[in-house]
Write a protein that binds this ligand. Structure first.
Ligand code: CA
Length: 238
C-alpha cells in the first residue's frame, strides 16, 4: 500500500489549523500542526513532510522567513496561505521560494486541488507522465547550463545552482522544448499541473524573474530564459 502523504500546517489561528487538519485527514493524508514559525520550520526539516501549508503572520518567525529557511535545506512544496488583497505578499512569498499560494478565505476544494497538484509535481509524476518515459538518467546541456535529470539538479559552469523543485521543473521543461515559446497559461498547465484550473499568470512571471536571478549573468539582459513578446517564454537555443 502506498504510504500516506504528510501535510504540515503552520498556522497560529488554532481554529483554522484544526479545521484544515480535520478536512485534510478526511482526504487520506496525515497531518502535523505547528502554531508558530519556529516550530513549523523545525517540523518541516525534521519530520517526513510532503507539503507545507504556511501562514504568513506567525509568532516567533514569519512565514517568509520560514520559507526561506526551509529552502536552504529542502525542496518540499510550500503553499502560502495569504490574506486577501495582499498582492505584494503573494509576490514576496514566491520570491522566497514558495511553490504556490491560496488566498484567505479559501474554499477547501480549491486548496485540496493545489495540494494534490503540488504533491504530484513534487514527486515528479507530472513531468514523467507528460513525457511518457521512465526515469532514464541523462544530462541536458544548454550553453553553460547542465541539467542532471538523475539528481534533479542544475549546474552552471560546473557549479550547482540553488533551485526549488519548481525552478528545476520549469527549466527542464523549457530545455526539453528548446527554442519553443510557451504562454503563461500553457506553462501553468504544463509545469504547475493545473489542468482546467484558472491559475494566476503572475505566478509564472515571478518564477521567471526568480530563475533569471539565479541563472543569468545580468537578469535584466537574459541570455538563457528569454521573453518572446506577445507569446511567452522560452529557453534560448545557444
Ligand atoms: Ca496568522
Amino acid at each position: 500500500m502506498e504510504q500516506k502523504k504528510t501535510i504540515l500546517i503552520v498556522e497560529d489561528e488554532k481554529n483554522i489549523a484544526q479545521v484544515l487538519a480535520y478536512n485534510i485527514k478526511k482526504k487520506g493524508y496525515d497531518c502535523l500542526i505547528a502554531y508558530d514559525g519556529e516550530a513549523g520550520l523545525k517540523m518541516a526539516l525534521e519530520e517526513q513532510v510532503d507539503l507545507v501549508l504556511l501562514d504568513i503572520m506567525l509568532p516567533k518567525m514569519n512565514g517568509f522567513e520560514v520559507c526561506e529557511n526551509i529552502r536552504y535545506k529542502s525542496q518540499v512544496p510550500v503553499i502560502f496561505l495569504t490574506a486577501r488583497e495582499e498582492q505584494k505578499d503573494k509576490i514576496l512569498g514566491l520570491e522566497t521560494g514558495a511553490d504556490d499560494y491560496v488566498t484567505k478565505p479559501f474554499s477547501f476544494p480549491e486548496l485540496l486541488l493545489r495540494i494534490e497538484a503540488n504533491i504530484r509535481r513534487a514527486s515528479g509524476e507530472v513531468v514523467r507522465a507528460r513525457k511518457g518515459e521512465d526515469n532514464a538518467s541523462r544530462t541536458i546541456k544548454v550553453g553553460e547550463l547542465e541539467i542532471d535529470t538523475e539528481h534533479y539538479s542544475i549546474r552552471k559552469g560546473g557549479e550547482e545552482l540553488e533551485l526549488s523543485k519548481k525552478d528545476y521543473d520549469f527549466i527542464l521543461f523549457l530545455a526539453e522544448n528548446l527554442g519553443n515559446a510557451y504562454s503563461r497559461e500553457e506553462l501553468l498547465e504544463k509545469i504547475w499541473g493545473y489542468d482546467d484550473y484558472y491559475g494566476d499568470i503572475r505566478t509564472v512571471d515571478v518564477t521567471v524573474s526568480r530563475i533569471r536571478k539565479k541563472i543569468e549573468k545580468d537578469p535584466a539582459k537574459p541570455e538563457y530564459l528569454m521573453t518572446k513578446r506577445g507569446v511567452g517564454y522560452y529557453l534560448c537555443r545557444r
